[in-house]
Design a binder for this molecule. Sequence first.
Ligand SMILES: [Zn+2]
Length: 415
Amino acid sequence: MRQETIGNIVGNIRRRLEALREMTATPGEGVTRFPFTEEARQASEYLMGEMRAMGLAVRLDPSGSVIGRLEGERPETVMMGSHLDSVLHGGAYDGAAGVVCALEAARMLVEDGGQPCLSVEVIATNDEEGSRFRTGLFSGKFMLGQLSPDDLKRQHDADGVSVYDAMRQYGLDPEAAASPAREDLRAFLEVHIEQGPVLEAEELQIGAVSTIVGIRRARVVIGGRADHVGTMPMDMRQDALETAARVIAGLGDAARSLPNAVATVGNLTVEPNIMNIIPSRVAFTVDFRGVRRADIDAQYGGLLAALERETALMRTRYSIEELLDAAPVDMRPELRQAILASCARRGYAAREIVSGAGHDAQVFGARIPAAMIFVPSKGGRSHCPEEESSVEDLARASLVLRDLLNDILEGRAAL
Ligand SMILES: [Zn+2]
């Protein structure tokens, strides 16, 4: 493997990130690049040009991902990359940073010459965030046969356009969702910004993701009765908000008692929400995350027990609807070790870290060996225009990714 200078990599990363930053629906107000839009097409064509220039065979896959392929001695494929779409008014690094790091790792592989034993693909995935259709992790699910054409007809954007129709308008065939899953993939490698404050606070340059958290999410409605606040005695009223407050108050401490677990209540509405009427209806969502399935289920069970207990005590009633149940996904230990070993050789400060956010690597990681390399986020900021990571750290991540790829191709990292 040739020695590569950080300076050369930094220049390429900066140039590509600056180009992609301009491909947004909200100029001057962060990056907004939703799937199947003109901005998505512009960014895809730009990346295709960059991939072609470095000698990769380029295609748009059936889900709208951009793929650049280097054919190996065998057709089995190691895939590396991240997503090209963004949230509304997001930053220039979430997703795009991982794409440009994978491009650099591929460039170094190509310039080293020779044919790798396995094929290598750089991918910029589509609709990872789910911002337009409330979907998410789209390309991985599409590629692995987890979506049907009917699923694509069911999800709509705010204008009522289905994924199915948006794909057709973009020039893709949504019926391809019924095609067999890709069976050639042997590993998925992703560089991503941390989107949290931990690596920066500990003055680390690289994080090797151990686990991507699992999520259980539910919507709770508590029913009470609207009455006069002055005339209804405390032991006879049915106060939906007091019930909700008693339930919600316990969730944070329950999460704090478990390692790497979090609980968050959101989207709270109170009816009638009037100063002198007892609240008759309260609705809220709960989002539980954790690295162990049992911890997530314990949190969920605690919520159900609290709802039973408090509604009985407060003479109210409840209903609960589960919105999401995604298991935690471990990154492959052998690949984590290879990342940490590369950092040690190169003198980069690194450690293992849990990912509290979802990523494409979780879809792939449930099926094939997967690895994630995290880069610090300044101030822990993300999903906002202020999002930033150092290009030097991204260059380091590109080198670690190149090392990891090499370890896989040369059989040092077992798959
Ligand atoms: Zn992301």
